[in-house]
Design a protein around this ligand. Sequence first.
Ligand SMILES: *[C@@H]1O[C@H](CO)[C@@H](O)[C@H](O)[C@H]1NC(C)=O
Ligand SMILES: *[C@@H]1O[C@H](CO)[C@@H](O)[C@H](O)[C@H]1NC(C)=O
Ligand SMILES: [Zn+2]
Length: 304
Amino acid sequence: MRSFEIPFLALLTGVASIPHVRERDEPQLFCGFQAPTDNDVATISRLKQFDNDYAFSKNQGILEVAEPIVVEMNIHAALPSDTPDDYASKEILEKQFDILKTTFASYGIELTLGTISRELNDSISNLSGGKYAGKYGQLSGGTPALEDYWKRSRTGGYKSAHLFLYRQIDDGFIGISSFPDLERPESEFWLDSVHLVSQALPDSSDTIWNQGKAAIHEFGHWFGLWHVFQGGCSGEGDMVDDTPAQQATHYGECPTDADTCPSLEGLDTPFNYMSYGGDACFSGFTDGQVARVHNMFHNIREVV
Ligand SMILES: *[C@@H]1O[C@H](CO)[C@@H](O)[C@H](O)[C@H]1NC(C)=O
Ligand SMILES: *[C@@H]1O[C@H](CO)[C@@H](O)[C@H](O)[C@H]1NC(C)=O
Ligand SMILES: [Zn+2]
């Protein structure tokens, strides 16, 4: 019974039933936010000209914005029934909130704490079975249990933020997010959320995603940003002017001198939250991204 040796040991030590460190050949966990839809492109094309109205100034290192964004953040974790108490605990979920709060505060975005819930429920702890519109870009539904869960948990208006955590998401995704949409009807707000695997919470033993910054990346999408490598070296890229075009994703890597679009201005920015450099690498948003986020929030999330 050789094949039972490892799980049995795992049972004895009591912790290894939660897989932590990715094996060398284990799949990488990518963000599920893929190509923007034509509708997203049209929205940004129209709003982009107003970015400058939302540019901010810095006074002795303090960001000054005309009108700060205030967002209520809610965190919901659904975990398998055999999850130990110290896995994705309330303390860890609070720490995830603090990381989001501190990070976004430096960009003129104030996060207030709504609810933090942690539920052991096998029927909703695995987001496999999600339905996606287009190629993964947007979650458009799930199993009946998941839809029930989202509808009972995703309270508040369109500017209310919700982070859902699961033990697993389809196809090895680290997380997915919806994008601000002027046409989103109130009857579909339950589809407007960030979804993340619990493996990406702070202090996990994951080798790439272990400081709670994957959540910052996903909320970057929720606030209206695309990946800095969107479109590679061609076209309008991510449609933000001060993020250099980038062909490579630099998954889990942090080169400071990479230039994968050599004919275009600027070096790659794997350390941008909207790249894939990973938690040890991620360090900030650009001024252009921050102006875009403020523009999108005041003109979409606050008015829908
Ligand atoms: C999640 O569901 C998928 C599809 O049913 C399955 O392959 C996977 O093992 C499940 N993950 C967990 C952690 O239960
Ligand atoms: C698990 O979540 C589903 C979906 O919301 C719900 O119907 C069910 O009652 C929950 N189970 C428990 C034990 O709370
Ligand atoms: Zn992403």
